[in-house]
Design a protein. Structure first.
Length: 412
């Protein structure tokens, strides 16, 4: 699991819900100061400890994001009667949870909801003023969708005022007030007026909430908005790999919208890059106004939240190569229509390199393949390949480089 090797702290919390009863929650905290705070709403009739909620929350904590998940009224370890709740009271519980975070840690900038919890998060967002990004996972476009999961209930409710239904192995009571409440929610208007960045995550083969709901949410929302397909996942994200993947994507996507700045605006000149630790191995890279994430793969204990340092090294060389070729082609008015650069880094034995000065041990080798598109003649192609070696990053890598390291002054 991502973040598994990091020192994630898990704290039990209790706060008062909308019905005046205590709600039980769990706050997952990263090893250092959180880069952001998130509020997670679990699926209908589930609980804070359902597999997806637990793994996603811990995965995000491993990537530096604190996450509060809690049992809604009458579920899990929370007080109250679930049969007396409705969609509106669920929204109120989320607002109370945000109030608790605001008072004890920091207001949630990131809101995440799974299944009906996603619909509730969309509805609660306008009440949580500090929220800047919203994520839905397998969420229905309208809360009334849940009534279709127990089609016989409305008839019994009409006759007796309530009905006992079963969903996901859990029995609970559905009242007329509950059905009326989910039918009266102005969800489409809420989505259209969300005014927050939105990430819609949905499995194409979701058998509980069809992927058409994701389309409806996405089309109703305004930009900035993104969609990520959870290929092969079920509705509850039962597989460890699916929940781990969801957490990784959420953390990477949210970094554009909710990360707290590491420090006041820098007065450093252009050309300075800052790298800050935000997870076990995950690093936030700031270059000018641009932010990137670097990490190690899962196989070595990272969270795979971004490219590795060597990936970034190859990207720098590849980007520089392509730009240099393009600049030359434009200046010489060559019919170059496109450039693609593929690179690979590996360690080889010096004895296997006939053209290398090093004769013993191992050395680094970067293999670069350049695809030149367009009606270029052989001489033009040859010249463009020669120009590739003149890109500034190439020259830096092949010349003598001095790296000077000093300790930066701290607060202590």
């Amino acid at each position: 699991m991502m973040g598994q090797g990091g020192q994630i702290r898990s704290e039990r919390v209790t706060f008062t819900g909308s019905a005046g009863t205590p709600l039980a929650g769990r706050l997952e905290l990263p090893e250092g100061p959180p880069r952001a705070v998130a509020l997670f709403a679990h699926c209908f009739t589930c609980g804070k400890d359902v597999h997806a909620a637990s793994r996603i929350a811990r995965g995000l904590a491993g990537l530096g994001i604190a996450v509060l998940r809690f049992d809604f009224t009458g579920l899990g370890h929370s007080g109250g009667d679930f049969g007396n709740t409705d969609f509106t009271s669920t929204i109120e519980d989320l607002v109370r949870a945000a109030d608790h975070l605001r008072a004890t840690l920091a207001p949630p900038a990131l809101l995440i909801g799974h299944s009906l919890g996603g619909a509730a998060i969309l509805a609660a967002a306008e009440r949580i003023q500090e929220s800047r990004a919203v994520v839905t996972i397998g969420a229905p476009a309208d809360p009334s969708h849940v009534a279709g999961l127990f089609p016989d209930a409305p008839l019994e409710v009409e006759a007796t005022g309530a009905a006992e239904v079963s969903l996901a192995g859990r029995r609970f009571r559905v009242s007329r007030a509950f059905l009326d409440d989910i039918a009266s929610q102005p969800q489409r208007e809420r989505i259209a007026n969300l005014r927050r960045a939105l990430l819609v995550m949905h499995a194409p083969t979701d058998a509980i909430v069809g992927v058409d709901h994701a389309r409806t949410i996405f089309e109703a929302a305004r930009h900035p908005k993104s969609f990520v397909s959870l290929d092969g996942a079920d509705h509850l994200l039962s597989a460890d790999a699916d929940s781990a993947y969801a957490a990784t994507v959420i953390a990477a996507w949210a970094s554009r919208y909710v990360d707290a700045p590491a420090a006041p605006p820098s007065e450093q000149p252009d050309g300075v890059v800052e790298v800050r630790e935000v997870g076990r191995y995950a690093q936030e890279i700031t270059a000018g106004r641009h932010r990137l994430t670097a990490d190690e793969p899962l196989s070595v204990g990272g969270a795979d939240a971004g490219p590795t340092p060597y990936d970034l090294l190859l990207a720098a060389l590849g980007g520089c190569t392509s730009m240099t070729i393009r600049m030359y082609a434009d200046r010489k008015r060559l019919p170059l229509q496109g450039v693609t650069v593929r690179l690979r880094h590996r360690r080889i034995h010096a004895k296997d390199c006939a053209d290398c000065e090093t004769e013993a041990g191992t050395l680094d080798k970067i293999e670069r393949e350049i695809l030149l598109e367009g009606p270029l003649d052989e001489e033009q192609r040859r010249r463009l390949l020669e120009i590739a070696d003149k890109c500034p990053v190439h020259r830096t890598l092949t010349s003598e480089v001095v790296i000077e390291t000093v300790e930066a002054p701290g607060d202590s």
